[in-house]
Design a protein around this ligand. Sequence first.
Ligand SMILES: NC(=O)c1ccc[n+]([C@@H]2O[C@H](COP(=O)([O-])OP(=O)(O)OC[C@H]3O[C@@H](n4cnc5c(N)ncnc54)[C@H](OP(=O)(O)O)[C@@H]3O)[C@@H](O)[C@H]2O)c1
Length: 345
Amino acid sequence: MTRVSILGGSGYGGGELLRILLSHPHVTVSQVTSRGLAGKSVGRAHPNLRGHTGLKFSDPGDLQPCDLLFLAMPHGKASGSWDDLEPLAERFIDLSADFRLDDAESYARFYGTHPRPDVNSTFTYGLAEVNRDAIRGASRVATGGCNATVSILALLPFFEQGLVHLDRTVIDVKVGSSEGGADPNEGSHHPVRSGTVRPYRPTGHRHTAEIEMILGRHGAARVHLSVTAIEMVRGAAALAHIFLKETLTERDIWGILRARYDDEPFVRIVSERTGVYRFPEPKLLAGTNYCDIGFELDANSERLVVVAAIDNLVKGSAGQAVQAMNLMMGWDETAGLGFPGLHPI
Ligand SMILES: NC(=O)c1ccc[n+]([C@@H]2O[C@H](COP(=O)([O-])OP(=O)(O)OC[C@H]3O[C@@H](n4cnc5c(N)ncnc54)[C@H](OP(=O)(O)O)[C@@H]3O)[C@@H](O)[C@H]2O)c1
């Protein structure tokens, strides 16, 4: 069995990693850290895991070497403490934005000067659907942001085929409160957050850089991303408005999506044309590693609206990380990720 540990295990991403890893066929979880809960059962932070493990939280300072270390800390922590982390494992998977961007200028535009460009260049972007071969050979992976993941998967087939007006794509992502992490803040206080439809970032969202990095492989892509917080705990749901360079039929769009995603184990094309479930819904994906994708062509213009949904904590974070681990280790890519979701929920 491969020994893995989680640094930042009391948070939402760390909790989902632990849930998935505890029933993974090839790993054993050695340590899970929390500064505040060291010595306490992991069930204190993750009550859904009561009875599934006897693990107790460790202090980050007590981490022992392991085969693969997951980093699930807030932005800036992994890069800030890299010299202490490096000796702890042969392989790393980081869930944060510290090492996702390969271009120093884009990083600086959204996050400021990168503290460790030397380390950044050793990391591989971890979204399997766009980087499978590179992940297979990598020992350090940075998984994609949740809003970036759902946006990239919605847009990729059309950018790859050169069908899109490169500077006119608008992505509107609705997100749940768990995107903000387990640490409460002014905006997450229940009376403030509940029932809200709050434009969180109408412009300038940091994940724009990641989306443009990946789509930019297919031309000088610019995307216009808006993110709105809505009444939901888990989920990221994207409406991607693409302006097509040529007239396409519904049949053409099906063909493009099928050709791109039929072999992808975690991308599902929603093909129903009638009924309430004819478009992807994040609620149905809670706890799963799927990204569901559907679309509608605007009969009155060259606009194609691609609809995509994920669980931000799974395909948008911990599940994507486990999928990347499976590739890095040469295991079945789907190992540990078979949960089909719940219905009704
Ligand atoms: N939430 C999402 O939907 C989502 C999606 C994709 C990516 N991400 C990224 O994944 C990372 C984790 O997100 P999250 O939502 O799980 O955050 P979170 O719920 O706030 O959890 C953060 C974790 O990091 C630990 N931590 C904080 N500061 C630390 C430090 N200085 N040293 C060691 N541990 C520290 C915290 O544990 P203690 O305080 O108990 O030590 C906690 O376990 C973030 O970088 C986030 O941007 C999040």
